[in-house]
Design a protein around this ligand. Structure first.
Ligand code: 13P
Ligand code: SF4
Length: 315
């Protein structure tokens, strides 16, 4: 899509949103043009918090399926739209509700802390939801003797265990984007750019985190780049965040860590293909037709809401 076409789409979407009293939300990993078009850009925690605050008839979530579900559970009276219902999440898919239910049955004395990257059905089996922004803070608030199952992200869970001194039982799930960063490439980048800080998302594997100076959610990493006096940064997370980093800090340079190249398997870039399913064309059609609409079964939503509310109260 050329610049002229992009601007036409953005204008059409903006005027439709005004006409329909709709608010457009976008995660930092979406395409730059989607972030440009959105009313509100954020990490998973900020998007959930903001959804509960806006006055609107329609909420459009440009992100992935679980983010739309979380929004609908928090705002059941609003119409929640998602440009592509197939925008899933490999991490959320790595924990099926029936498997978690069976694991809980094997550990009846454990409470369940789930990362927000989970289905509504998994949240319904959860005591408290966390995001990468608040996981440490929330786990720190749980009783010292609490036995905890943490899922589904094994990398985030190991990191939280290491910074809280807990021994949570970890689910063996992972995000396919964050687990494929190349340690070898990171070491080469560090060698070529001595003294340049490495910023990483806690979904990355432990050897990547061990080489990082700042570990945090997308929002925390962005804020660090804004506040720091440094001019260059090495970034280990989905590359969509570079758009907002560059927009906020036009005079700074961001060097993305490349993924490992696995012959014939998956994508050889650090992009989340699910997040990229949100396009301007789909966003326009979705607002125009008010479809696809996110629906969460009432029984599941009623159970899931307590674990999400507990997170918001403890954040
Ligand atoms: P944040 O909580 O940092 O927004 O991350 C969400 C996510 O999907 C990371 O892959
Ligand atoms: Fe899920 Fe990974 Fe994509 Fe985040 S980057 S939405 S965890 S698949």
């Amino acid at each position: 899509m050329d610049l002229k076409e992009k601007n036409i789409y953005i204008n059409k979407i903006r005027s439709l949103a005004k006409e329909k009293n709709a608010v457009i939300f976008a995660h930092y990993y979406t395409r730059p043009e989607i972030q440009e078009c959105a009313d509100f850009i954020g990490d998973s925690l900020a998007l959930a918090q903001q959804a509960t605050r806006v006055q609107a008839n329609i909420l459009v979530m440009c992100g992935v399926h679980f983010m739309g579900e979380t929004m609908k559970i928090l705002c059941p009276e609003k119409k929640v739209l998602i440009p592509d219902m197939n925008a899933g999440c490999s991490l959320a898919d790595s924990c099926k509700a029936e498997d978690l239910a069976a694991f809980k049955a094997q550990h009846p004395d454990h409470m369940v802390v789930s990362y927000v990257n989970t289905s509504a059905a998994v949240k319904a089996l959860t005591d408290v939801v966390v995001t990468s922004s608040n996981a440490k803070n929330i786990v720190d608030q749980l009783p010292k003797d609490a036995k905890i199952i943490f899922g589904p992200d094994h990398n985030l869970g190991s990191y939280i265990n290491s910074v809280t001194g807990r021994e949570m039982l970890l689910w063996n799930g992972a995000c396919h984007v964050h687990s494929r960063f190349s340690l070898e490439a990171l070491l080469e980048l560090k060698k070529a750019n001595p003294g340049v800080e490495v910023l990483a998302h806690p979904e990355c594997k432990a050897p990547i985190l061990a080489q990082s100076d700042v570990i945090g959610s997308t929002k925390a990493l962005l804020e660090h780049t804004i506040q720091s006096s440094a001019k260059r940064f090495i970034i280990a997370t989905e590359s969509g965040i570079l758009f907002e980093m560059q927009r906020a800090c036009p005079d700074k340079e961001f060097i993305p860590v490349p993924p490992e190249v696995t012959e014939g398997v998956g994508c050889s870039c650090n992009e989340c293909e699910y997040m990229r399913m949100n396009t301007l064309e789909k966003l326009y059609e979705c607002l125009k037709n008010e479809s696809p609409e996110m629906v969460v079964e009432k029984e599941t939503a009623d159970k899931a809401i307590s674990s999400i509310r507990r997170m918001l109260e403890m954040s």
